[in-house]
Design a protein around this ligand. Structure first.
Ligand SMILES: [Zn+2]
Length: 79
């Protein structure tokens, strides 16, 4: 009986359903100090971050362009 459920899960995951879209969506992050929002689609060209760069992939020494806060001051936006 468990086998039937397993087949359903495998089938669903092989069809690239909703979580495929979720996985490809890049999250925005907000600076908890000044409220500036990092949009991965825009990047931070002035800070040397190319458009399309996910927040997680930015350099650890990157800082908020508005207030200079460190990466760990940023919080993920649920949108
Ligand atoms: Zn800031």
């Amino acid at each position: 009986m468990l086998h039937g459920l397993y087949c359903i899960i495998v089938k669903a995951s092989s069809e690239h359903t909703w979580w495929d879209l979720v996985g490809s969506k890049m999250d925005k992050y907000r600076c908890s100090v000044c409220g500036w929002i990092y949009d991965p689609e825009l990047g931070d060209p002035d800070g040397g971050v190319a458009p399309g760069t996910p927040f997680e992939n930015m350099p650890d020494d990157w800082q908020c362009p508005m207030c200079g806060a460190a990466k760990n001051e940023f919080q993920q936006l649920d949108d």
